[in-house]
Design a protein around this ligand. Structure first.
Ligand code: IMP
Ligand code: MG
Length: 187
């Protein structure tokens, strides 16, 4: 009962909506290896702290750090802006605060996806107040056509079209985060 498909060839049915494969598990892991290597070089001797944005980034962050071969730390905080809908509410709320002291630290914010950029803008403004030594952004996915705010995205997994996606941490009404690959809503 309630079993969901979890291999890249299948599509996912959610009510009347159909999600089709977009990025495979193998493609994601290959990209994670590349990003991890790049971060390891860029942050050599800097002991960065990777800060994951909950809930979406938990799988990406877990896989990414396994590909980083320098000393690093990890922390999380939680934001909410989507509610259970596919379209952003346009508001960002801080639901769980960061525990780590990031003053004078090299911070890498890790996100699952940057859509309008509102959440990341909020995060970067909030983090800047603590005066980190440096602040960069890693996002598994970016939707360039829907970006409304201007900031640098230092590490990008994949650029995708402005369509709703699920899987590999990304949810639809809190479900489907456990899919191993990424699926896109087909219209
Ligand atoms: P933004 O503030 O518009 O950039 O939206 C960022 C947040 O919205 C992400 O951290 C995700 O949690 C969520 N989000 C944006 N697009 C999608 C999507 O296609 N699928 C699932 N969640 C999404
Ligand atoms: Mg998110």
């Amino acid at each position: 009962m309630d079993k969901i498909a979890n291999n890249s060839e299948d599509y996912i049915k959610v009510g009347n909506e159909k999600f089709v494969p977009l990025i495979t598990e193998a493609e994601i892991q290959k990209r994670n290896t590349e990003l991890g290597k790049k971060i390891s070089v860029d942050y050599k001797s800097k002991m960065p702290i990777l800060i994951g944005v909950l809930n979406g980034a938990f799988i990406f962050l877990a896989d990414l750090i396994k590909n980083i071969d320098i000393k690093c730390e990890v922390d999380f905080f939680k934001l909410s802006s989507y509610g259970d809908e596919k379209i952003s509410s346009g508001h960002v709320k801080l639901l769980k605060e960061l525990n780590a002291d990031i003053t004078d630290r090299h911070v890498i914010v890790v996100e699952d996806i940057i859509d309008s950029g509102l959440s990341m803008k909020f995060i970067l403004e909030m983090m800047s107040k603590s005066q980190p030594a440096s602040l960069s952004v890693a996002s598994l996915l970016v939707k360039p056509d829907s970006l409304k705010y201007d900031f640098k995205i230092d590490y990008i997994g994949f650029e995708i079209a402005d369509k709703f996606v699920i899987g590999y941490g990304l949810d639809y009404a809190q479900k489907y985060r456990n899919l191993r690959s990424i699926y896109v809503l087909s219209e």
